[in-house]
Design a protein around this ligand. Structure first.
Ligand code: PMP
Length: 374
């Protein structure tokens, strides 16, 4: 029986499924338990995280701790600011060109390997000149080969999506696209492996996949780039004002608290990002092995060297098979496996917090299903 059972304060047992949702997504159980335990009163505070002022010392300590843990995990250099913003990664699709691509800059440049990168590039056209240095084009199943990315001279920045959540296409390491500041949408693979932050101008990630609940988006930006932010920008949209202000507005307090607890879990329970990466590689290989073993039945979407460790995407011979697969999986407490509505098929999102047992349960279901229908 794959499901996890938790004892609750009411003494009854609560059943948890293995949730393969692409986001908001599975949380580490110890973090959920801690949130539950502290929900009525934060230790030493006597009030809930939901009730305290963002200007109160307990919240300032919580936000500082979350930032400190992110800085430790990713070895973020001192000359980078860490911002906790709202508006999701979608808002970054506009904030980034608004701040980094002014009139004195060359084109905002995009490397497009899937649906999210394409949307980011389209949004940027509202603010100025955009160059597409590479477009993998539909069905978005691969990465650029060596020498295929043509960045125009003087580009304001080069934006790419480290993990395309819908297609399940991921860069296995930090790419090198030349001298322009590298901007990464790391929404769906943030904190899944060590990253060399110094190679980047800016990294952003909404939290609701690997790093917390919906509501907070982390922006890590090289401070020198803040000089590009024009004073005429709307205040909330201005990176520099966020970095210089002592909290520009009320931040998403609960989401920042939960993000801090997840960072602590990665540090203390998992042992850091290198250990996290090993776990993620092992988990993903359990599913890709089945896909390869039953290659007549399962067709992986991404080409082998572009396979995502976070979102495993594949098709079955027909839509009826896919429907039966999703239904059969759900009967075994394996949920949210339907692929994104724009591409269909199956998508198993196996973020950091998905336990290995959940992936093993899915791999055995996949084997049995292929044997019974193949
Ligand atoms: N980029 C990527 C890679 C994503 O997966 C998502 C959300 N699925 C977004 C951007 C948009 O994030 P949000 O919904 O937080 O605006």
């Amino acid at each position: 029986m794959p499901a996890i059972f938790l004892s609750t304060t009411l003494g009854s047992e609560m059943q948890r499924v293995y949730n393969f949702s692409a986001g908001p997504a599975v949380f580490p159980v110890p973090v959920l338990e801690r949130i539950r335990d502290e929900m009525l009163s934060l230790p030493g505070v006597g009030a809930s995280i939901l009730e305290i002022s963002h200007r109160s010392q307990p919240f300032i300590d919580i936000a500082n701790d979350a930032e400190r843990r992110l800085r430790q995990l990713l070895s973020i250099p001192e000359d980078y600011a860490v911002l906790f913003l709202q508006g999701g990664s979608r808002l970054q699709f506009s904030m980034i060109p608004m701040n980094l691509a002014g009139t004195s800059q060359g084109p905002a440049t995009y490397v497009v390997t899937g649906a999210w990168g394409k949307m980011a590039a389209e949004e940027a056209t509202k603010f100025g000149e955009v160059a597409v240095a590479y477009d993998a084009k539909k069905p978005y199943d691969h990465l650029p080969a060596q020498g295929e990315v043509n960045v125009p001279g003087g580009a304001a920045y080069v934006h790419y999506t480290s993990n395309e959540t819908i297609q399940g296409v991921q860069f296995p390491s930090d790419p090198d696209f030349g001298d322009a500041p590298l901007v990464c949408d790391a929404s769906s693979d943030f904190l899944h492996r060590p990253v060399d932050v110094a190679k980047y101008g800016l990294i952003y990630a909404c939290a609701q996949k690997n790093a917390g609940p919906a509501g907070v988006t982390v922006v890590i930006v090289r401070k020198a780039l803040l000089e590009r932010s024009q004073a005429t920008l709307p205040t909330y949209m201005n990176f520099k004002q966020h970095a210089e202000a002592d909290m520009l507005n009320t931040p998403p307090t609960f989401a920042i608290y939960a993000l801090g607890l997840i960072a602590k879990w990665v540090q203390e329970d998992i042992g850091g990002l290198a250990a996290m990466h090993e776990r993620n590689k092992e988990k993903a290989s359990l599913l890709y092995q089945v896909i390869d073993e039953f290659g007549d039945f399962y067709k992986g979407h991404a080409q082998v060297d572009a396979r995502s460790l976070m979102n495993v995407t594949f098709r079955l011979p027909g839509e009826e098979d896919e429907k039966a697969f999703v239904k059969g999986a759900k009967e075994r407490q394996l949920t949210d496996l339907k692929g994104h509505r724009s591409v269909g098929g199956i998508r198993a999102s196996i973020y950091n917090a998905m336990p290995r047992e959940g992936v093993e349960a899915l791999a055995s279901f996949m084997r049995e299903f292929a044997q019974s229908r193949g």
